[in-house]
Design a protein around this ligand. Sequence first.
Ligand code: HGY
Ligand code: MN
Ligand code: MN
Ligand code: MN
Length: 402
Amino acid sequence: MSPERFAALWRSLLPIGRDGRDGGYLRRSWGPADLECREWFVEEALDRDLTLDPDGNGNLFAWWGDPTAGDAVVTGSHLDSVPHGGAYDGPLGVVSALLAVDELRERGRKPRRPIGLAVFTEEEGARFGVACLGSRLLTGAIDPARARALTDRDGLTLADAMTKAGHEPLDLGADPERLGRIGAFVELHIEQGRALTDLDAPVGVGSAIWPHGRWRMEFTGEANHAGTTRTADRRDPMLAFAAAVLAANEEAHRQGAHATIGRVEVTPNATNAIASSVAAWLDARAASAEALSSLVAAVRERINERAAAVGTGFAMIAESESPIVEFDSGLRDRIAARLGGAPVLPTGAGHDAGVLSAHVPTAMLFVRNPTGVSHAPTEYATDADCAAGVTALADTLEELAC
Ligand code: HGY
Ligand code: MN
Ligand code: MN
Ligand code: MN
C-alpha cells in the first residue's frame, strides 16, 4: 500500500465531524457526524462489493464472502470520538480495513475464510458513559435494558437517540449468531503512546490491554452564599473533589499507574454560590488487577478522609470495569512472525478488541504515533506509517484467511 493510496481514502473521511476548533473532532455516537461517517463507510463498502450486515446494536458489518460459512476473520474498529478528539483513534482501523481488502484483491488473493469489516458504535463511551458499548451489547456484556436507559449530558437516552436516528432500540442485545460467525478478530489502531517511536518501528503487535475502569464520584455538601458564609461554617464539596484530583495524581504516580479525573459537574456551578454537590469521574488504569485495585482503594481512602474532615458526603460507584486482556498468544506470535518480527507491546487504552477477546481469538496491530498524543486534536500518524499499517493488516488477513 502506498502512502498516496492511503491518503486518498483517508482524506475522504477526514472532513466529517470536525468540531471547528484547531482540528478537533466531535463524532458522538448516533449524532449527525457519526451518521455521516457511517454513511461514508457503507458507501466505501458497497463500492468494494462487500455485503452490508448491520446488527441491532448499531454496529456495522461488511462481508467479503459468505458470513454464514462461519470462522470468519474480522477486522475493524470504531468511528466515534471523544469530544474534541483526534482523527485517528478508531477511524484509522476502519480505513485500514477497507484498504487491506483492496490490497488483498490486488495481490490476487481469494480468501478461503470469509473476511468481515466491523465498525463498532460508542467505543469511547463519550456520549452514554459506557466504553465499548456496541461490542459489549453484541457479546452480551451489558444488559440491553440498562443500555437503552443510559443518558447523555442532555438527558437523552440511548433509546431516544437511536429512535431519532431511525433505529429500533428494542433490537439492542446480544447477537450470538453474528458473534458466532467470527473465528478471529484483528483491530488495527493508532498507538496511544510512544513505544513504537522509541523502538523506531512503524507497526507493532498488541500483547495486552491494561485492566481499567471508570468510577463516578459524588461529593455532597451544603449550598450557601459565597460572600456571607464564614469559612468555618462551610460544607464545601469542592474541597473533597480537589483532594480527589490530587490523590488520583499522586497515588498513580506512586504506583506507576494512570489515573485521570477529566470530567466534573458542579451544582449549581455559580461563581457566587458554594456548591451543593459535585459529580466527577475517575478513569483508572494499571498494569495488573492488583495494582488497579490498590490504586483505587488508596484514592478512595484519601477522599474519605478529606470528606470527613470538611463535613461533606462522598460516594464512589463503579460504572464500568475491564479486566486485563491478554491477547491470544498463538495469534500474536503468528502475526508478529509474519510481520518479520514486529515488536510486541501492551496498551493502556481500552478497545473493542478487548471485549471480543473474551469470545474469539483476538489480536491488535498498532501504528506508530510520533508524539504518542491521543484523545486530542494533535493525535497524528504519518501517511507512510499508516500505509505500512495497511500492508501489515493485509499481510495478517492473508496469513489468517487466505
Ligand atoms: O479510553 C480508552 O481507553 C479508549 O481510547 N476508548
Ligand atoms: Mn480507539
Ligand atoms: Mn479512544
Ligand atoms: Mn444575591
